[in-house]
Design a protein. Sequence first.
Length: 481
Amino acid sequence: MATSKVKETKAKTAAKTKTSAAKTKVKASASKAKASAVKAATATATKSTAAKVKAKVQSTVQSAAKVSHYPVLIIGGGAAGVSIANTLRRKSRLLEIALIEPSEQHYYQPGFTIIGGGAYSLKKATKQEVDLLHPSIIWVKDFAETFEPKKNSVLLKSGDKITYDYLVVCPGLQLDWDKISGLEETLGKNGVCSNYSPKYVEYTWECIKGLESGTTLFTQPPMPIKCAGAPQKIMYLAADRFRKKGILDKFDIQFCNAGPGLFGVPFFAKALSKVIADYGITTNFGSNLVEIDGKAKKATFEVTDGDGKKSKVTKDFDMIHVTPPQSAPDFIKSSPLANAGGWVDLNDRTLQHNKFANIFGLGDAGSTPNAKTAAAVRKQVPVVVKNILRLINNEAVQEGYEGYGSCPLTTSLNTVMLAEFSYGGKVTPSFPKLDPRENRFIWWIGKKIGFPWMYWYWMLPGYTLDIPSKESYAEEFLDKD
Ligand SMILES: Cc1cc2nc3c(=O)[nH]c(=O)nc-3n(C[C@H](O)[C@H](O)[C@H](O)COP(=O)(O)OP(=O)(O)OC[C@H]3O[C@@H](n4cnc5c(N)ncnc54)[C@H](O)[C@@H]3O)c2cc1C
């Protein structure tokens, strides 16, 4: 992006900031007081007054949405939005930051896999949004709906409008449950479960726990999806649970994947095929779930053969774990910020919008061709923060994101294969001397204790954690079988 364009945007927005500064200041201090009131209210909430407190949170937070201008506006308060807001706050104490997020709960989604596997609780994976944001960050509890990037403004569902100097877009992705006919009616019952929603994730464990024999199907839709390894991670946890109970041989476990292979990075795909063989799992590639009849316990797949010919295959099941099709949120797809695929159109390495210089994006909603993971967000946050601060100081943006993503593949209830990779399928581990394809107990401890700790107490609060991940660490393992 040309520096002159950036400067022009900066000049225009600086003038606007000056004129609205006094107004914003008054409203911001009121909002700060409101934010701490919200926090205090939440902390002292008892069951009997919960409804009243909820109403109070709602009204105090919503009144903040009437503020019309913020120097930095963030859309989405998930892994990316909270981390960006708190990191920016640490780097620049005076910068006013507002964040639009409709939900009061924040979930540690990487924990969903082990909740479904019976090794973690939803309670541990859930916190209140208000407790995660620095009190000086203004939380606008609303949905962003329409973008007017030429006017530097965003329209909200409530009808309010917020203008900004710099915008960060990170509303995650959309789960398209309705693309599978019959799924919504039966999800959460009839042995139909999914780790992809906090509403149903505990039902996955109920299904696994309750089965003594039968056919279990695990589905994977076409890419991209968040955490591409998650559809098979839960399958290994289920298989290991059956093995530990001594009943694995009573199961027909099938992986039904719309894609052509086990994993996008061949180095790890090869290692995973050994895990599949060890559990005696059948793989069906080119097999896309299109319909479920929960009561009859039948799942229909559109199967594409080697010549591209399509046919329908219906399978019986006792349990089916469904990974829903996923896409960019509709309000992004229909906006001027979207690329042809509907994702926020970003430069792969600077994370600046390809058309609008004062807009950045990251996380699952972004167009960058990395694995959509919280691990990717960890590496993207410092790049976005640095580049916003550089623009504020009239400096050009810099490249910094190399496409890192990571997927801790839970290969059993006490081992993990820690897949770390970057753009172009390069294997880029964070730890030297350890073969990344090994199924290790230490990474299981990481998955259950270390990574959640890092997420809640390091990444979200805005501490920059720069653990270098290097291609050179993997070199000695690349040629080994
Ligand atoms: C089952 C499962 C397993 C996973 N396993 C792992 C793993 O092992 N390792 C890993 O690194 N990652 C894993 N992930 C992926 C990881 O959770 C996501 O990649 C990460 O949360 C992306 O962060 P994000 O901020 O882009 O999106 P999210 O964290 O999903 O947050 C998006 C936020 O935007 C808000 N929002 C939506 N629409 C609007 C709107 N219109 N206006 C304002 N706000 C809006 C949402 O309410 C939400 O809070 C897993 C995910 C799942 C579901």
